[in-house]
Design a protein around this ligand. Structure first.
Ligand SMILES: [Zn+2]
Length: 336
């Protein structure tokens, strides 16, 4: 059946790959900046109209954005905003990635406390059920990585779902060996493990994430499709791939026809659909992302629903939450 705007709007959604740093509206940051006696570099509505220079140094620009958030309460407000705005487009459940290296003004326990409080408030006010994942940067040391996991264990809350790693593998090379102890400790402590791989790295980065970091799922993972044997393995082992089509078409694939979304689906890979960095992608909504993916890869309604169910299975939450999410999807399907 045809995918209509009404279907996309009403579809219950689950998102597993979105960076909290890339969800803060310019107007909110303008307000926070004013409290510090600072001003944004350009009008709030244009904050994310980035120059090529900003994007060539994306991580630095991200640091400058995060620096406007000065207090735990403001960080909690940013988290609460994400939960409330998500629910408006029927996102029932979300896992947001947060990288402490972008937030030097906060300790890890402060970050955990503030984001937990914001997500709690958001859900209590009718927002999405949001959890978060703390992310390492590939430039960090093995000792820093283990220290992050220790802090996660010591200050754990029900909203803190897992450990991630991101950063440019094209610059750092493979880092699986360096971060293996931290990922092992996270797994032993019952945290979920996800890894950015198969975006700035090719198939070798995907193997590194699976074999050395024992990742439960991959953020992106799309370049795993470049190697037929690896693609077969990803499909057979049902490794969840948190694909971000718009992000990939903006940053990774010069020719849209090179994006392997259709091939991944046809191979039987476990695909979920996500936004990655919404404010940097024109204020992208998940509804828009799903619509774009559906038309790009000629997906059916059943395939879009299957991606939501895959996301539920790949989520780092308890079985009770998963059962409730699957029931909501089944109810939606029954009403069609
Ligand atoms: Zn990402």
């Amino acid at each position: 059946m045809e995918i209509t705007p009404a279907f996309l709007a009403e579809l219950p959604k689950i998102e597993l790959h979105v960076h909290l740093e890339s969800t803060m509206p310019g107007e909110m940051l303008e307000r926070f900046a004013a409290r510090q006696g600072r001003r944004l570099p350009r009008p709030a509505a244009e904050l994310y109209h980035c120059s090529a220079e900003d994007l060539s140094d994306f991580l630095k620009f991200l640091d400058s954005i995060c620096a406007y958030v000065g207090t735990e309460e403001e960080l909690a407000e940013a988290a609460e905003h994400l939960s409330l705005s998500s629910r408006r487009e029927k996102i029932l459940y979300m896992e947001a990635i947060l990288n402490p290296t972008h937030w030097p003004q906060f300790t890890v326990p402060e970050l955990i406390r503030a984001v937990t409080a914001g997500f709690d408030r958001g859900q209590a006010a009718g927002g999405a059920d949001c959890r978060f994942i703390l992310s390492l940067s590939r430039t960090q040391t093995a000792a820093e990585a283990v220290a992050l996991v220790e802090a996660m264990k010591a200050h754990r809350t029900p909203r803190l779902a897992g450990l991630s790693i991101d950063g440019n593998e094209a610059l750092t090379g493979l880092t699986g060996q360096r971060f293996r102890p931290a990922f092992q400790a996270a797994g032993d402590a019952g945290f979920g493990r996800t890894v950015h791989a198969g975006e700035s790295s090719g198939p070798e980065g995907v193997r590194d994430a699976l074999d050395l970091l024992e990742a439960d799922r991959l953020d992106h993972g799309v370049r795993g499709a470049e190697d037929p044997a690896l693609l077969r393995r990803l499909a057979e082992e049902k490794v969840p791939l948190n694909v971000c089509l718009t992000s990939n078409l903006t940053l990774l694939y010069r020719r849209p026809e090179d994006h392997p979304l259709r091939r991944l689906l046809d191979a039987g890979a476990a695909v979920t659909l996500n936004r990655d960095d919404p404010t940097f992608l024109g204020g992208l909504t998940l509804t828009e992302e799903l619509g774009r993916a559906a038309s790009f890869a000629a997906m059916s309604r059943e395939e879009l629903l299957a991606c939501q169910r895959t996301a539920v299975r790949a989520a780092f939450c308890g079985e009770e939450t998963k059962a409730a999410l699957l029931a909501a999807l089944a109810e939606f399907e029954g009403c069609r």
